[in-house]
Design a protein around this ligand. Structure first.
Ligand SMILES: *[C@@H]1O[C@H](CO)[C@@H](O)[C@H](O)[C@H]1NC(C)=O
Ligand SMILES: *[C@@H]1O[C@H](CO)[C@@H](O)[C@H](O)[C@H]1NC(C)=O
Ligand SMILES: *[C@@H]1O[C@H](CO)[C@@H](O)[C@H](O)[C@H]1NC(C)=O
Length: 526
């Protein structure tokens, strides 16, 4: 692996080894999600507008314990008319100006400021591996009207010229990635025809770092690095070394940006997720693929087998993992995971999967929040999976409206507002730092586990009722089940569970219940 330490710079971890106290903080910084103490999850508000995100931080995410928001790429991108605009145009950068369908720079700054002030941090989806596709064209069909000529590899609004792309290094016949077992092709050739930046060049590294430092100064807390598998870890390291510490208006002095890298590794390829542990956390794509298989009970899988979920299933170390049930790619059949991935389209199984993820201590958790599209399968493929967010005839994105029952309108799904999911985000905060305890299973698809003396969860994914007395580890008292309802003042709108003096409690869950699981925690004690 190409991996050169820049021993000369002041941000070099190796040099910092000389100064023990700073080394731990600065070199482990990129693994720390930088959420406020007591918060444990972020939500991906896919394709939301900045003004809607700002409102959501203040009215919903802050008050309900969400730690942050992953936003769609904020930099200028290609405008594609198909005739409707697809979501993936945002993964075709034209410049680093903050100007997209989600909003302009002023709206971006307002969002970051208001979210930070509400205790909700912003994580930017950062597209730095490439620019637009080679065939994108000539002109100003871009979200800010910046001129570009993709065939000539000319992006004057950055500026990048043909000298800043890595096509000269690519050894494949077509110029694209033909063989995923060849790490040179995966890093040096064009991904899906997208113009691959020469990240080994100082100039290119500097332009990218300028963009990311602008975001840091505005107040973001970290970055998802899109297509990390297609970048050399040494190049990522060199770019991260150029980044400033986070803005001290909201973060303590010396805080490094959180970094999580999109590396799709389901095993069996030349490049593995562990190649990227030196530069930050990594997306664990095995998580959603396997959990979907288990909850669907495919291939003879059973929830009882989740007893050693995590590293025991061949996943990366928990402190390197960014985990999710589905993401914006694999919920529509893009990227990794295949048909086992659960999404809002199968809401009952989906809520169980997200509930399990948020109750289980493994990894740093990201909740998905989607928009609905008219899914239509032809030959096993969703032919509408390209469709962009709910939009007006002029291509502008429709606002997220909030109905009286707190759900969202205009085809925004708002999974994060589903009571069961929102309450499990709070559950995870309440049980933070507690080990997994009191595991129980029936050898099949009824399981339960606790998190120390703070919370307990029970699932019935069998085709018969669950009726069992279990040791919860919780203090005696009456608890409100946060799945069938929630605690409101001194009342409970859902099932009540009585925990006896010896910590045992009786659970009954019908297999035909709307949500066949129950979760209780000490903050929902009546
Ligand atoms: C693109 O260029 C044309 C012709 O110069 C101009 O009329 C148009 O306003 C430009 N579009 C944007 C979005 O700047
Ligand atoms: C940090 O944010 C504050 C508030 O928006 C701003 O005034 C300040 O300039 C920022 N700091 C840097 C270094 O950009
Ligand atoms: C923050 O850290 C810098 C060095 O990184 C130091 O010069 C400065 O005095 C510190 N500021 C505070 C308020 O601690």
């Amino acid at each position: 692996m190409e991996y050169k330490m820049r021993t000369g710079t002041h941000k070099d971890c190796k040099m910092k080894l000389l100064f023990f106290l700073v080394v731990i903080k600065l070199c482990s910084g990129q693994y720390d999600p930088n959420v406020k103490p007591g918060k444990t999850s972020i939500v991906h508000l896919f394709e939301w507008k900045w003004e809607d995100i700002a409102d959501e931080c203040e009215r919903y995410l802050g008050p309900n314990g969400f730690g942050g928001v992953q936003i769609s790429p904020p930099n200028e991108n290609l405008v594609i008319t198909k005739p409707w605009r697809p979501w993936d145009e945002r993964y075709q950068p034209v410049s680093y100006q903050l100007c997209t369908r989600s909003g302009n720079e002023e709206q971006f700054i307002d969002m970051v400021t208001r979210c930070n002030n509400a205790g909700v941090h912003i994580y930017v989806d950062t597209v730095i591996n490439h620019m637009t596709g080679y065939g994108a064209g000539i002109g100003n069909s871009s979200t800010c009207g910046s001129y570009f000529n993709s065939g000539a590899r000319d992006f004057p609004a950055v500026p990048y010229s043909f000298l800043d792309f890595s096509n000269y290094k690519c050894k494949s016949h077509s110029g694209g990635i033909e063989n995923y077992n060849d790490p040179y092709q995966v890093r040096d050739c064009q991904l899906l025809g997208l113009l691959d930046l020469a990240l080994e060049k100082d100039y290119v590294r500097e332009k990218i770092a300028e963009y990311m430092n602008n975001l840091i100064n505005i107040g973001v807390a970290g970055f998802r690095l899109d297509a990390s598998k297609h970048m050399w870890p040494g190049d990522i390291k060199a770019i991260l070394n150029r980044l400033e510490d986070l803005n001290t208006t909201w973060f303590s002095n010396g805080t490094r940006p959180f970094v999580y890298q999109e590396v799709i590794d389901l095993g069996g390829e030349a490049i593995s997720a562990s190649d990227y542990f030196g530069t930050g956390r990594v997306t664990e794509f095995k998580y959603g693929a396997k959990l979907g298989t288990v909850i669907r009970r495919w291939n003879g899988e059973k929830m009882a087998y989740l007893r050693n979920w995590g590293e025991g299933w061949g996943f990366m170390p928990s402190d390197r993992a960014l985990v999710f049930v589905d993401n914006h790619d694999n919920q529509r059949g893009h990227g990794a995971g295949g048909s086992s991935i659960l999404t809002f389209f199968e809401s009952q199984l989906y809520k169980m999967a997200v509930g399990f993820m948020l109750a289980h201590p493994y990894g740093f958790t990201r909740v998905m929040s989607s928009y609905r599209w008219p899914r239509h399968f032809a030959d096993g493929k969703d032919i509408n999976n390209w469709m962009g967010p709910p939009s007006n005839p002029d291509g502008s994105t429709q606002p997220v409206t909030i109905k009286a029952d707190t759900t969202c309108g205009n085809n925004w799904v708002c999974e994060h507002r589903w009571r069961q999911i929102k309450n499990m985000v709070i559950f995870r905060n309440v049980v933070d730092g507690q080990a997994l305890t009191n595991w129980w299973d029936n050898g099949n698809n009824q399981i339960a586990f606790g998190r120390g003396n703070k919370g307990f969860i029970v699932f019935n994914n069998d085709d018969w009722d669950l009726d069992v007395t279990l040791n919860t580890g919780l203090p005696a008292g009456t608890y409100c089940d946060v799945i069938s309802g929630q605690k409101q003042d001194t009342m409970c709108s859902g099932k009540k569970i009585t925990v006896n003096k010896d910590s045992t409690a009786h659970f009954q869950i019908s297999n035909t219940a709307e949500d066949p699981f129950v979760a209780i925690h000490v903050n929902a004690k009546l």
